[in-house]
Design a binder for this molecule. Structure first.
Ligand code: GRF
Length: 217
């Protein structure tokens, strides 16, 4: 059975596009059930339509965070997603939203962040890493928890900052990494290779990935 994902995004949607493209091209066992945006005219909604995925707009303007989220939850529930996949969704999630997607050790919500977390959490990971002068930068796909850009890490991938980089070339290289990493992370989930482990000393939950077992012939 394929993994049902709801994609949430606020902007251009290059990650959503990369995920939808990878599902088709690589025949991933993933069903994108809807794309939802809090921005009525976000380009990501056109991306969804191009791939014939239901595109939903739930504008937040004029609503309290709680009532907007209640509308988002109602909209998502109709599609029965297994996972919520945040891809440039520029809204903080409240505990009521998290609670709706809670499993025993984690929430069924993923995010992609443009840095090697826990470094450079926040709104502009690439810019901050670039300005800091890191030699090695990266991208993180993680499960969401109560804190911003925080939660069990599923995958990370590095890329170098070159001496002749401008912030634009640096961001472009990072974005290309994102576009490969997010589909790969979702595929691990779809293949049920992701396991959550709680460290009894620290109470921290982290992720282990089971090796790929090729189907027997
Ligand atoms: C990406 O850099 C992602 O890591 C961050 O927001 C950006 C969204 O870009 N969370 P796009 O809309 O997917 O092109």
């Amino acid at each position: 059975m394929s993994l049902r994902i709801a994609l949430l995004a606020s902007g251009r949607g290059s990650n959503v596009e990369a995920i939808l493209r990878a599902i088709l091209d690589q025949h991933l066992p993933i069903q994108p059930v809807c794309v939802l945006s809090n921005v009525e005219d976000a380009p990501v909604l056109d991306v969804a339509k191009d791939f014939q995925v239901p595109a939903l707009s739930v504008p937040h303007r004029g609503l309290s965070r709680e009532s907007h989220e209640a509308q988002v939850i109602t909209a998502l529930d109709k599609f029965k997603p297994d996972y919520v996949v945040l891809a440039g969704y520029m809204r903080l999630l409240t505990p009521q939203f998290l609670a709706h997607f809670k499993e025993s050790l984690y929430y069924r919500i993923l995010n992609i962040h443009p840095s090697l977390l826990p470094a450079f959490a926040g709104a502009d990971g690439y810019q901050e890493a670039f300005d800091y002068g890191v030699k090695v930068a990266g991208v993180t796909v993680h499960f969401v928890d109560e804190k911003m850009d925080h939660g069990p890490i599923l995958l990370q991938e590095t890329f170098e900052r070159r001496d002749d980089d401008t912030v634009e070339t640096f961001k472009a290289r990072g974005l290309a990494v994102e576009h490969k990493l997010y589909p790969k992370a979702l595929n691990l989930l779809a293949q049920k290779r992701v396991r959550f482990v709680k460290n009894p000393q620290t109470s921290r939950v982290y992720v282990e990935i089971a090796p790929h077992v090729p189907a027997s012939v």
